[in-house]
Design a binder for this molecule. Structure first.
Ligand SMILES: *Cc1c(COP(=O)(O)O)cnc(C)c1O
Ligand SMILES: [Zn+2]
Length: 426
C-alpha cells in the first residue's frame, strides 16, 4: 500500500502515473530522473500526530506509509534509522548557538546514512522478484548495499572504480558481495554496471537513477522533525556529493509540510569541499553544473560529475538555503572538534556539514536563536587512515624513560610536553 500517485520527471516536468518499476522518464531517457509524488490528502488521514505518538517502532520502517515500499516486519531487516539526535553540549557554547543538534548517522548498521537508501532498494528488489541487486560505487553505497542485502538474503554485485578507504572495502568483502574492481574512471565503471544490470535483469541500486532511494533517505529528515517534536527548524547542514542525500533531506521536510505537521521547511545548506564543488560553483554563477576535478580527501563527496544535479540544486533553491564550500583543512578541523568535544567521530564527509555551519556563522547567515541541525553522515572508523595521517600520533616510548619522568611533583602536562619535544627532535 502506497500513497504514491505519480513520478515527476526532473527534466521535462511531466508527471507519469506511478509505477513500481519505472526508473527514468520514458521521454528523457536516462537523464530523466524521477521524483515520487504523493496524495497528501489521503496520506494525512493516516499519517498525523497521533500516528507518530502511537508508533513504537524505532526503525525507519515507522515511516512506511510515507514511502513506496510495502509493509515489512522490521525484525527481518537490519535496524536502519532512528539514530540519535544529540543536543550539542560543548560546541553550542563555543559557537554561541544554544539550539544546535547533531544527527548521528554513523550508528546505522553499516555506519552511514546510505543504509536508508540501501534498505529501500533491497525491499523494492524483493518486491520485484529480483535475487540480485547491483550498484557502482567506491564507498558507502556499496558497503551498505552489501550489508543490507546480506541480511535479506539477496546477492549483491558491486562495480568499483579505483581504490576506496579500507574500512569500506573490508565491509563489502565481509558482507559477501561480489566485488568487481574496474580499471577505469567512475563514469566508465558506472556505464559497465548499467550494461550488466540490463543484461542480467538485476535490480539497480544506483541512487540517482532509482527514484525510491531518495524516499528512503528522506527518513533522516522525518526523524529529525519528529525528534524535535515538529517544532520549527531554521537550518539543516549536510554534505553533498551526487545530490541525492540533500534532496532526501528536503523531501522529508516537504512531505511533513504538505501533511500540515510543520510550519515551514528549514533552509537546507549543501556543503562541499572546495577541492570538488560542482554544486557550489553552479549555484554561485547561477548556471548548470559543469564537470570538475575530484580533489578532496573526503572520498564520499569526491564527485566531479554529480548524478543528481537537478534534485541536488532543488533542495537548496526550493528551501531558500545555500550552497557553500569549505577547505579540506576546515573538514579535518571539524572532524577533530566534533570527536573531541561531542564524542562524535565522523569520516571526513561526515564532518563536512559542521565545517559548513562554522563558515555560515562567520558569514552571518545564521542567527543565535536559530534551531540548527547538522547531519553527521558517516562514521570515522570507515576511514581511519585519512584521520591518522593528520593526527600526529606519538611513537612508542621506552618504559624506563617514562618511569624516569614520573615524579609526584612533576605535573603530567610537563611530562607530555617533554615527550613531544623528544619526538620532534628525534
Ligand atoms: C554518500 C555520502 C554523502 C553524500 O550523499 P550524495 O547523495 O552523494 O550527495 C555524504 N556523506 C557520506 C558519508 C556519504 O556516504
Ligand atoms: Zn522527462
Amino acid at each position: 500500500m502506497t500513497y504514491a500517485t505519480g513520478l515527476l520527471c526532473t527534466i521535462c516536468g511531466k508527471t507519469h502515473p506511478y509505477r513500481d518499476d519505472l526508473m527514468t522518464c520514458p521521454d528523457c531517457k536516462e537523464q530523466g530522473i524521477l521524483d515520487v509524488r504523493y496524495d497528501y490528502q489521503r496520506m494525512s488521514e493516516v499519517v498525523n500526530r497521533a500516528y507518530f505518538q502511537q508508533n513504537t517502532l524505532r526503525h525507519m520502517l515507522r515511516y512506511q506509509p510515507l514511502m513506496t515500499i510495502a509493509s515489512y516486519d522490521a525484525q527481518t531487516t537490519l535496524q536502519v534509522g532512528w539514530t540519535p539526535l544529540y543536543r550539542s553540549t560543548s560546541l553550542s557554547k563555543e559557537l554561541g548557538l544554544p539550539h544546535l543538534y547533531f544527527k548521528d548517522e554513523g550508528v546505522n548498521p553499516t555506519a552511514s546514512l546510505k543504509d536508508r537508501a540501501s534498505l529501500v532498494a533491497c525491499l523494492k528488489a524483493i518486491e520485484g522478484g529480483h535475487r540480485t541487486i547491483c550498484c557502482s560505487s567506491t564507498g558507502n553505497a556499496a558497503s551498505s548495499l552489501a550489508g543490507n542485502a546480506a541480511k535479506l538474503n539477496l546477492n549483491s554485485v558491486i562495480f568499483v572504480p579505483g581504490r576506496s578507504p579500507l574500512g569500506k572495502q573490508a565491509q563489502m568483502l565481509a558482507f559477501g558481495a561480489d566485488v568487481i574492481p574496474v580499471d577505469a574512471d567512475y563514469n566508465t565503471t558506472y556505464e559497465t554496471s548499467k550494461q550488466f544490470i540490463d543484461a542480467y535483469g538485476w535490480y539497480n541500486r544506483n541512487a540517482a537513477i532509482n527514484p525510491h532511494l531518495v524516499e528512503g533517505k528522506k527518513t533522516v529528515a522525518l526523524e529529525i522533525a519528529e525528534q524535535l517534536d515538529f517544532q520549527p527548524i531554521h537550518a539543516v547542514f549536510v554534505s553533498v556529493g551526487d545530490g541525492c542525500t540533500i534532496y532526501g533531506v528536503y523531501k522529508g521536510f516537504f512531505d511533513l509540510w504538505n501533511l500540515g505537521l510543520i510550519e515551514y521547511i528549514p533552509q537546507i545548506y549543501g556543503v562541499q569541499s572546495s577541492g570538488c564543488a560542482p554544486f557550489v560553483e553552479a549555484y554561485q554563477d547561477d548556471r548548470e553544473l559543469r564537470p570538475v576535478a575530484e580533489s578532496t580527501l573526503a572520498d564520499s563527496i569526491a564527485v566531479g560529475v554529480p548524478r543528481n544535479p537537478v534534485k541536488g540544486m532543488w533542495a537548496v533553491t526550493k528551501s531558500n538555503g545555500r550552497y557553500l564550500a569549505v577547505s579540506d583543512e576546515d573538514i579535518l578541523a571539524a572532524q577533530r572538534e566534533m570527536a573531541a568535544t561531542e564524542g562524535l567521530f565522523c569520516e571526513p564527509a561526515g564532518a563536512t556539514g559542521y565545517a559548513g555551519l562554522k563558515q555560515a556563522l562567520k558569514q552571518g547567515w545564521i542567527d543565535r536563536d536559530d534551531r540548527v541541525v547538522v547531519i553527521a553522515t558517516g562514521n570515522g572508523l570507515k576511514d581511519t587512515k585519512t584521520f591518522l595521517a593528520h593526527a600526529n600520533p606519538r611513537s612508542a616510548i621506552d618504559p624506563d624513560q617514562l618511569h624516569r619522568h614520573m615524579q609526584a611533583d612533576v605535573p603530567f602536562e610537563t611530562i607530555l610536553q617533554d615527550i613531544d619535544r623528544r619526538g620532534e627532535s628525534s
